[in-house]
Design a protein around this ligand. Structure first.
Ligand code: NAI
Ligand code: CS2
Length: 491
């Protein structure tokens, strides 16, 4: 028999319980890197401390998620998390997953039935920003989204996560089962409100009574989620296998830090995640905004300007004193002032901790990974803050360079003229703009204006704001003329 995590002797013990102990009270959509190192790990720590039976049914809907579900099943849904800090590596074998499903393995109907099962109390999600199928210009379900078009035509055979949730809620409503909590754990501004808007949008198109039931019975708490979890590479897996004593294709490495702030609005119970360090609060929005602007805004700044400057990983950018200084100034001077936090939150200390976290050389977080899906990330990470500064009349030059860095990155050619693999739902729109204007400094203003006219990213006002257009155009030209490293050093 092939050796694996469950039948081999490993350097850290497996949890002393089996999947028998668990009930799939949580169905999770989007079993990717982050979920394994965050919600599943918190739930595991609750299982260690109590006689809880809360476990996960893991569901991946996208084609690229089949292998992980198959591999997890081969090792009784267990896997390794390697927490890698400056002080060393700590391995944990996680035992909070009970079962795993994929439409290509189990069929769509079985998945909807699972989500509608009487035991299920929470449907949680980490499906990336684009998974919510929201039209950013209206804040509502995007009827032109390709998956949503199919879900509207064929609600019984959904394709989007929103379609699956709506179909499952419909069954629960028809069967008079208890309502559930829909728990978004994505880096989306007011993520609970967003998933509620999307699900209600789809339900209203199907059945007004269903929509009313959802409105009255189902809850959608906002959450702030935090832990840096880079996509696993072959090197990560080899290193973990060496430490563990056996290969684990489902292993994932992350930083030691983790945070989870949750609105306590659970309609059908929840695990005692506070025992594992989660905070339950009445209002998550200030925490979400702090994290999205300070951490994620800084991450995107480093990702675009770091990639262009020839840095493969976030920790590499932090070896350059100019990048360190610039990203600290971005957080302290241009992001922190936009936030209104509870009194006990010290944003300077938060920024100091972020610098340490970004510096962690043990984590290989690729700039190219964070640069992905900028059209979905920029609004909450940078544009909201820029709008704040425009109202205040204050300085936002780091944010400007961040936006210009994104524009330079999505042009698709790096500073050596090599192609960049731009991954973004709007990549064809970007390609059409660069095909029309080219990417020389001489046409910078045309390119900048065409990109700023994308309403779902920039809204309606910024493209008509002369100061903003000029500032971004100059920053973009500077990137083309002197390159990212020099542009950052002269900020
Ligand atoms: P990943 O690529 O490892 O996993 C993404 C998961 O979402 C996969 O299961 C994929 O199949 C699924 N997915 C992608 N597009 C989808 C769609 N349109 N509909 C339904 N499912 C879809 O990425 P990872 O690292 O797990 O991150 C996922 C999200 O978690 C991020 O976008 C972010 O919002 C949030 N997050 C990630 C953190 C990290 O450091 N990795 C930390 C904090 C939050
Ligand atoms: C990153 C985040 O990929 C990205 O866009 O900025 O996933 C980041 O690692 C997390 O939000 C940290 O909690």
């Amino acid at each position: 028999m092939e050796k694996n995590l469950v039948n081999a002797i490993t350097s850290v013990p497996c949890p002393p319980w089996t999947t028998e102990r668990l009930t799939s009270r949580i169905v999770h959509l989007g079993c990717g890197a982050f979920h394994r190192a965050h919600q599943a790990l918190y739930t595991h720590h609750v299982l260690e401390q109590t006689d809880s039976d809360w476990g996960f049914c893991e569901i991946n809907l996208m084609l690229n998620g089949v292998a992980l579900i198959e591999n997890l099943k081969k090792q009784s849904m267990r896997y390794t998390v390697a927490e890698k800090g400056q002080e060393g590596v700590r391995l944990k074998i996680i035992g909070s997953m009970k079962e795993g499903m994929h439409p290509l393995i189990d069929g769509v109907q079985a998945i909807i039935e699972k989500m509608a099962a009487p035991d299920v109390a929470i449907i949680s999600l980490t499906i990336t920003e684009k998974g919510y199928c929201i039209d950013a210009t209206t804040g509502r379900l995007d009827p032109n989204n390709t998956l949503i078009i199919k879900d509207i035509a064929n609600p019984e055979l959904p394709r989007s996560a929103i379609g699956y949730i709506t179909a499952a809620l419909k069954l629960r409503f028809e069967r008079r089962l208890a309502a559930v909590t829909i728990l978004s754990c994505d880096n989306v501004r007011e993520n609970g409100h967003v998933v509620r808007e999307a699900v209600l949008g789809l339900a209203r198109l199907q059945d007004e009574k269903l929509a009313q039931w959802i409105e009255n019975q189902v809850t959608f708490p906002n959450t702030m989620v935090d832990r840096i979890v880079p996509a696993a590479t072959p090197e990560t897996l080899t290193e973990i296998a060496q430490r563990l004593g056996v290969e684990d294709p489902c292993a994932i490495a992350c930083e030691p830090f983790r945070q989870w702030v949750i609105e306590d609005k659970f309609v059908n119970g929840r695990p005692d995640w506070d025992l594992a360090g989660a905070q339950f609060v009445d209002d998550v929005v200030p925490f979400e905004m702090m994290k999205l602007r300070m951490l994620n805004g800084a991450h995107s700044f480093l990702a675009y300007l770091g990639y262009l400057g020839g840095y493969a990983h976030i920790s590499d950018t932090m070896t350059n004193a100019d990048y360190r200084r610039a990203v600290y100034a971005l957080m302290r001077n241009e992001q922190a002032p936009t936030l209104s936090m509870p009194e006990d939150i010290d944003l300077t200390a938060y920024a100091d901790t972020l610098i340490k976290r970004f510096t962690n050389p043990a984590l290989k977080h690729q700039t190219g990974q964070i640069a992905m899906d900028g059209s979905q990330k920029l609004p909450q990470r940078m544009i909201d803050s820029i709008e704040w500064h425009l109202v205040q009349g204050s300085d936002y030059r780091h944010l400007t360079l961040g936006v210009a860095g994104w524009m330079r990155y999505i042009s698709g050619l790096d500073e050596q003229g090599q192609p960049i693999n731009v991954r973004d739902p709007l990549k064809e729109t970007f390609a059409a703009i660069f095909a029309r204007y080219g990417n020389s400094a001489a046409v910078a203003e045309d390119v900048v204006k065409a990109l700023l006219a994308i309403e779902s990213i920039f809204g309606q006002k910024l493209v008509n704001n002369r100061d903003f257009v000029n500032n971004v155009t100059q920053a973009y030209q500077k990137l083309l003329n002197v390159g990212a490293r020099q542009a950052v050093s002269t900020l």
